[in-house]
Ligand binder design. Structure first.
Ligand code: ATP
Ligand code: FE2
Length: 338
């Protein structure tokens, strides 16, 4: 057993229940996860919460057996305290409280968005990056300034991932739609030598340092309704919204004088977005980083990692302070580690 024992991380903000571990030195071990995939419609918070409750015992048993651990070797329990869907967050928090009591291990409530950032820093070894955090519910450009991750720009309406999922769902593609849109876009791109945007133009999502996606979604749906091939619209949609994100990220690099860009969140799995970030960073003598895909999507390991950092900074969460916060913001969490 590593010095200081293991930290268990429990992720339950939305569609995924996940358990992950870091050892006593904060080194990550892969998560065991299960994601709700509704047959029809979007994610229903209550149904997702029921799913999490049902799956928890099996996933917890698997994370222990896969790592050859006895529960007594777990010395602290971290959980996502927010932001996210209330019913889902409450399940994660009550599992965490139960385990904390049973194992007599301190509880640490952590900020889900900050966890996406910290696992990326750990995995990529970058120091002081501008972050492009692109997930289902969030789209933010972030930089660390004076002890907080400050949001320099963000979506004014829906998250980029939710927009991609909605576009996909309208065409019968189940959650998560992002990876299928990526595949359709790439197929269309490789099958056509002409890569003209003519007739495929969409509104551009940049508003100063902020972004907006609902207008782009409506316009993309219209293009398909008006007979444009689905693959072509997927391609155009990706080009437009990813360019918008990369433009804001570039401006953030320029304003802050930083020279590292770090991607995070589920949409950061996308190869086209990764390559756009690479191109932009190369052009301005900066470096672009993206964590392995298993640490871009929601995962318990990132929660464990942030719990380990919080503990190292002398913080844990008494039961009385362990209520969830659906609306917790990235910049509400003090960052006191290097
Ligand atoms: P958060 O709570 O951090 O806002 P989230 O809980 O919705 O996010 P994540 O697991 O971080 O979840 O991200 C899920 C999103 O990532 C989904 O919208 C999914 O479509 C999108 N996604 C996953 N893979 C890809 C991909 N290859 N291309 C584009 N989008 C992707
Ligand atoms: Fe997430």
């Amino acid at each position: 057993m590593a010095e200081g024992g293991w930290t268990l991380g429990i992720e339950s903000t939305a569609h995924t229940l996940s358990f992950g571990l870091v050892d006593g030195n904060g080194l990550p071990y892969p998560s065991i996860s299960d994601t709700v995939r509704p047959d029809k419609g979007g994610i229903h918070p209550r149904e997702a919460a029921d799913h999490h409750k049902e799956k928890a015992p099996e996933l917890f048993a698997r994370i222990l057996s896969d790592n050859d651990l006895h529960p007594s070797e777990i010395s602290s329990i971290a959980f996502s305290q927010g932001p996210g869907l209330g019913p889902c967050l409450r399940i994660g928090a009550s599992i965490a409280r139960g385990l904390s009591k049973k194992l007599n291990a301190p509880l640490i409530g952590v900020n889900h968005c900050v966890a996406h950032i910290e696992i990326g820093r750990q995995q990529c070894g970058c120091d002081d990056p501008v972050l492009l955090y692109v997930s289902g519910g969030n789209t933010q450009v972030i930089a660390r300034l004076e002890g907080r991750y400050r949001v320099l720009g963000e979506t004014l309406d829906i998250g980029i991932g939710n927009m991609l999922d909605k576009f996909a769902r309208a065409h019968g593609i189940p959650f998560p739609g992002g990876p299928v849109i990526e595949k359709l876009a790439l197929e269309w791109y490789s099958q056509n030598s002409e890569h003209s945007m003519e007739g495929l133009e969409l509104p551009y999502a940049v508003r100063g340092m902020d972004l907006a996606f609902s207008g782009v979604l409506t316009a993309a749906l219209k293009l398909v309704e008006n007979g444009k091939p689905l693959g072509a619209v997927c391609w155009s949609l990706q080009e437009h919204v990813f360019s918008a994100c990369v433009e804001v990220a570039e401006r953030a690099l320029s304003h802050t004088g930083k020279n590292e860009l770090l991607l995070g969140g589920g949409v950061a799995c996308n190869n086209r977005l990764r390559s756009m970030c690479q191109i932009m960073s190369n052009e301005r003598d900066s470096q672009s980083f993206a964590p392995p895909r298993m640490y871009c999507i929601d995962n318990g390991t990132m929660i464990a990692r942030l719990g380990w950092l919080e503990q190292g900074a002398g913080r844990n969460t008494p039961f009385a302070m362990s209520a969830i916060d659906q609306y917790l913001r990235t910049d509400q969490t003090p960052i006191t580690w290097s």
